[in-house]
Design a protein around this ligand. Structure first.
Ligand SMILES: [Fe+2]
Length: 289
């Protein structure tokens, strides 16, 4: 489950049986309004009880700005302190000329952009001393200069940059509706050995398009696509994301249980571990040096 502030005290008091948490990196680095002090002590307490993955929102790997070394130093020292199972960010741009836009903006799918991203991802992974998972984002328009599909772009990029993929199943579905492609082609089109994590979230239907709002329960078509993704990629660690209308912890646990029951249906009980340590090989597979 995504670690969210309204649940901190519940988690520390009740120690619910969640296999692992994903924390938003910037909430614990003093970046983007995160206080750094009290929150990091909370995260350290939670880390004593659970494995934690760190999920960034402002690396801005696709920006025309130079990479932000201060930011990289901050997340490197956070990682040294928290020892996350893995770290991830988004395949997008979020800033330009030093201004953060607080949105995950899409990139054109071109060879030139791949080359640009490959050099930046290699630098970041070298700087942090670890592989990073990059997540596919939702989008509401396409670039007329794109030369390939989103899944071809993601495949080619992940191979050449030697990075992992955090596959957001909801974003695939949202984009498939918004841009009129078959989500199964997407699932079949990305490399199996690069997928380290899934995201599941709710979206809202705006009539002419779907908006990736993370404020609703996961919808039926996304659950269906999740099942297909599990069949294709194996028992991948899966995260429920909720960022708005955050319900009480036990309510959100219902979605965790639903995800687990689908995974058990596909892969059987034995293969669904409650410990992420047992699942680490999924990510190790990404690290094929
Ligand atoms: Fe996501």
């Amino acid at each position: 489950m995504g670690l969210r502030a309204p649940h901190y005290s519940y988690i520390l008091k009740h120690k619910p049986p969640v296999p692992w948490f994903e924390a938003i990196t910037e909430n614990f680095t003093g970046i983007e309004g995160g206080a750094g002090g009290k929150p990091i002590r909370v995260l350290e307490k939670i880390r004593e009880l659970y494995p934690v993955a760190l999920h960034g929102v402002s690396l801005s790997i696709g920006s025309s700005d130079p990479l932000d070394k201060d930011y990289l130093k901050k997340i490197r020292s956070l990682a040294a302190r928290i020892e996350p199972q893995w770290m991830s960010d988004h395949l997008c741009w979020t800033s330009v000329e030093g201004k953060h836009l607080h949105d995950l903006l899409p990139l054109p799918f071109t060879e030139k952009v791949i080359q640009y991203l490959v050099s930046r991802i290699l630098y970041v992974q070298d700087f942090l001393g670890r592989k990073i998972l990059f997540e596919n984002v939702s989008s509401y328009m396409t670039f007329s200069n794109s030369e390939m599909t989103e899944w071809e772009f993601l495949s080619e990029l992940s191979k050449r940059a030697d990075c992992g993929i955090l596959l957001d199943i909801n974003n695939i579905y949202v984009n498939s509706v918004n841009h009129g492609f078959d989500p199964i082609s997407y699932i079949n089109g990305v490399p199996r050995d690069r997928i380290g994590q899934f995201h599941l979230a709710g979206h809202s239907n705006q009539g002419r398009y779907l908006l990736d709002t993370h404020d609703h329960p996961i919808t039926a078509p996304v659950w269906n696509l999740y099942e297909k993704a599990l069949r294709c990629f194996g028992p991948i660690p899966t995260l429920i994301e909720r960022d708005e209308n955050i319900p009480a912890f036990p309510e959100l646990m219902k979605e965790v249980h639903k995800a687990n029951s689908i995974a058990e249906k596909v892969h059987g009980k034995k293969r669904i571990s409650t410990s992420i340590t047992d699942r680490t090989p999924t990510v190790v597979a990404v690290d094929h040096h």
